[in-house]
Design a binder for this molecule. Sequence first.
Ligand SMILES: NC(=O)c1ccc[n+]([C@@H]2O[C@H](COP(=O)([O-])OP(=O)(O)OC[C@H]3O[C@@H](n4cnc5c(N)ncnc54)[C@H](O)[C@@H]3O)[C@@H](O)[C@H]2O)c1
Length: 353
Amino acid sequence: MAKVKVGIIGAGGIAQVAHIPNFQKITGVEVAAISDPNEEKLKFVAGKFKIGSSFTDYRKILEMDDISIVSICSPNFVHKEHAVESLKSGKHVLCEKPVAMSGAEAREILETAKTTKKKFMVAFPSRFAPGAVFLKKLVDRGEFGEIYYAKASCLRRRGIPGLGGWFTTKKMSGGGPLIDIGVHILDKTYWLMGAPELVSVTGVTYQKFKDKAFDGGWPPVETRVGDKYTQPLDVEDLSSAFIKFSNGASLFLEASWAGNSEGGTSLSLFGTKKGAKDDGASLKIYDEVNGVLLDNTPVLPGADTYFEEIKHFVSCVLEDKEPVTKPNEILNVIRIIESIYLSADTGKEIRLE
Ligand SMILES: NC(=O)c1ccc[n+]([C@@H]2O[C@H](COP(=O)([O-])OP(=O)(O)OC[C@H]3O[C@@H](n4cnc5c(N)ncnc54)[C@H](O)[C@@H]3O)[C@@H](O)[C@H]2O)c1
């Protein structure tokens, strides 16, 4: 059988740590081409992973007829262009989070995926964590009853990525921890809540570590070949928000790259029949049986969530299945983020009906 050939756009941290090695682990899949405007890094990565074709212009990948999947690992501000052009050239697209910089950009991508009839998925590895998969099954079977409230939190005490590079420059990243790491826990929680329609968003952002910021170690130093980190930091270091949905449910969300608090990632679901707290490493289900309150701690297997995510996307392409990230979820997650920033800037609640 002919190999499934993959092209990678962007040869940085996530490409080197997650995308290239995991595509290469799948039998019958070949990473055939890579692009990055940073020539030094491009050469280094192509050599390290033995990738046959490498280009500074990503369009050269799109001209390769034998490539069927494009994996977008570039900075956020170019996701829309890379996704739309890749879809238009007939490729299936796995795109790193956040999908794009705004709801309008996301809509353009999703419409292009629809008209070209190509698969489009956003890379959210936390959906593939065993705890999340288990929870989703319980929720879908109605075991939580009505989920009317949730909390989602992703807090780093000290962990600003790529200080002085695109991550900390608003016009390239779209923002700080909210759009970078908050997007993961927001996506997972919103998905588990059943992706209800949006009503309103109120948000605040803070920037308190600008003068004492230091580089938090992502992208891994060994992946940064030829990168320059010389730009000013102009994004928040903490964001907090309250989101209301049309079914009456609400969500409290917080994300930080730096702050004097407990660190960690967790979500809580409050249902009329059951509740849950999932901090990634452990999961607790809060139940009531015959009037007695019961705490259940499922014993979950370990999993390589990046590998599961990439394997899932390849199987969607090969078996013509719909990827786990649905268009309305992809769109509403970025609309929530965009509205939190707008609310923080204007001091107003943003209506989204
Ligand atoms: N899913 C996750 O857990 C996860 C983790 C980290 C990063 N990410 C996402 O992955 C993407 C890349 O992040 P990273 O950490 O690898 O950053 P990075 O800075 O290490 O890599 C980005 C690469 O893109 C290249 N690039 C810049 N402009 C480009 C262009 N126009 N065309 C092609 N390449 C271009 C850069 O030269 C760099 O090599 C971001 O969207 C980020 O949010 C996801």
